[in-house]
Ligand binder design. Structure first.
Ligand SMILES: [Cu+2]
Length: 152
């Protein structure tokens, strides 16, 4: 059936296999399970930084948007004019719940993964509701970004 073949794109196969991979390692911790997952090809959010210098793609695991508990978030930081990845940025991210005026108690650390990619872990969202990721890109001449979303 050609129609079925069209539906079974690489992306769908990845999504279908992810739970199987997670379930096959019953003894591993939540962290191990999270690190065995692969970011989706399509970002769940694209934003310009507040000063417009960067275009930033966001991907998250184990789901998009991020979920209650610990998340892995990848930021891909691109030059807004040329589209090329910006390397060597210090990234500071503070999860914050504006309605209740609290953060998450843990600051995620940033690991550069190449080509303008930065992985933030653990992004800990302790309760359902609206969260902001108050993010600073670079330290000498920083630009900022505040992805905002609902945690189910
Ligand atoms: Cu809260």
């Amino acid at each position: 059936m050609p129609r079925l073949n069209t539906l079974v794109s690489a992306g769908l196969v990845l999504v279908a296999l992810a739970p199987i991979v997670a379930c096959s390692s019953v003894d591993s911790t939540a962290k191990d399970q999270l690190s065995s997952l692969t970011f989706a090809e399509e970002p769940w959010l694209r934003l310009h930084s507040d000063e417009g210098r960067f275009e930033v793609e966001l991907r998250s695991l184990p789901a998009s948007p991020p979920v209650r508990g610990d998340n892995r978030i990848e930021l891909r930081v691109l030059d807004a004019d040329t589209g090329s990845g910006i390397e060597g940025l210090a990234i500071d991210m503070v999860p914050f719940m504006p309605a209740m005026g609290h953060g998450s108690g843990v600051d995620p650390s940033s690991t550069e993964v190449g080509d303008g990619g930065y992985e933030l872990y653990p992004v800990r969202l302790s309760m359902p509701g609206r969260w902001e990721l108050r993010t600073t890109l670079g330290d000498a001449d920083p630009d900022t970004l505040t992805p905002t979303f609902e945690v189910p």
